[in-house]
Design a protein around this ligand. Structure first.
Ligand code: ADP
Ligand code: MG
Length: 321
């Protein structure tokens, strides 16, 4: 199978919302009147972001999910994406599974594959995603203000637990592991929540590298700090009732787990009802975990209001191990 057969067979479909899709030198997309384009790119590298043994259907899903998660964090509506693939060989069974997982998630979000590039090389999946957002309404990292509440969507830390099982650091009952593994391999981007939070949240980011790190970006870019209730954070681990985990694992996984693809966002205390309405509309739970402070520091507090002295690093590709 040659390069162009491969594209035709697995990635070429008639354009729907786009003006021109796969097959020409460029794709064409018309921005909707009164909207801004939201653009983001994410790359997945074998051995770095996924294990070589992962099911290709799940890998296809995850490759797009991590990109859609960035649109969600901005409150943008997905429109289209470009797929740049480097493949060691044209393995039909792999391409069949990968394109199936990828395009199923794309269809679920009305996000069209409109072009890309295909080359031979180490397995590497790079996606550029495009969405749109009404002019001036994008959620930014820079809008948090002292006194705002801090929220997290869904649950946190379960993907990291699965990773630790793969690394041989931890063992979990089979059923619990299966659920954690699903969180790691098939994250649900919170697109509907991001869109529902337009005009409600003051700042937002998606959690890809761990809660503390990604919240840290909001705090730095807003010039503020935060006080977090550490028990509220630990409570975000979905499997905490199903398995007896040491507290240190609960903390590591929820505070700096990574690969969660939930949203962390801030909103003025006067908008609490609106936040809950957005969560209901998007059918995802949101939990308040603390508040924004003027002092530009991130503090973790226990139930007595005492400061917990823990240092949790978030994931940084170039940090020294
Ligand atoms: P060019 O030579 O102009 O770079 P290519 O020959 O690489 O174009 O690609 C031919 C067409 O197939 C283009 O429309 C391109 O966007 C599309 N394409 C290439 N690879 C992929 C892919 N992995 N997924 C979707 N579309 C692709
Ligand atoms: Mg090309």
């Amino acid at each position: 199978m040659g390069e162009f057969d491969l594209i035709d067979r697995f990635f070429k479909r008639p354009a729907r919302r786009a003006d021109l899709g796969v097959g020409d030198d460029c794709a064409l997309l018309s921005p909707r009147p009164g909207h801004q384009l939201a653009l983001s790119a994410d790359m997945l590298v074998e051995g770095r972001h996924f294990l070589s043994t992962v099911d290709p259907v799940r890998l296809g899903h995850k490759s797009l999910a991590v990109n859609l998660s960035d649109l969600a964090a901005c409150g943008a509506e997905p429109r289209a994406f470009l797929l740049s693939l480097s493949l060691p060989r044209a393995d039909e069974a792999w391409l069949q599974g990968f394109s199936q997982g990828l395009l199923a998630l794309a269809d679920a979000h009305g996000c069209e594959l409109i072009g890309g590039d295909t080359t031979q090389g180490p397995l590497n999946i790079a996606i550029t995603v495009m969405g749109d957002v009404p002019q001036g309404q994008a959620l930014l990292r820079s809008g948090a203000a002292a006194g705002d509440d801090i929220y997290v969507s869904g649950t946190l830390g379960d993907a990291r637990l699965a990773l630790e099982v793969f690394r041989g650091q931890l063992s979990l009952p089979e059923q619990v592991f299966a659920r954690c593994r699903e969180r790691m391999e098939q994250p649900s981007p919170r697109v509907a929540l991001g869109m529902a939070l337009r005009g409600v949240a003051s700042a937002a980011a998606d959690i890809s590298d761990g809660l503390l790190g990604d919240l840290g970006h909001i705090l730095r870019q807003s010039g503020v700090g935060a006080q977090l209730q550490i028990e509220a954070c630990e409570g975000l681990l979905a499997c905490r009732h199903d398995v007896d985990l040491p507290q240190s694992w609960q903390r590591t996984c929820t505070l700096s787990g990574g690969d969660d693809y939930e949203l962390v966002f801030t909103a003025p205390a006067s908008r609490r009802a609106a936040v809950q309405q957005a969560a209901m509309a998007a059918q995802v739970a949101v939990t308040c975990i603390g508040s924004v402070t003027e002092q530009p520091e991130l503090e973790l507090l226990d139930t007595q209001g005492q400061r917990v002295n823990t240092r949790f690093a978030s994931f940084d590709h170039f940090a020294q191990d």
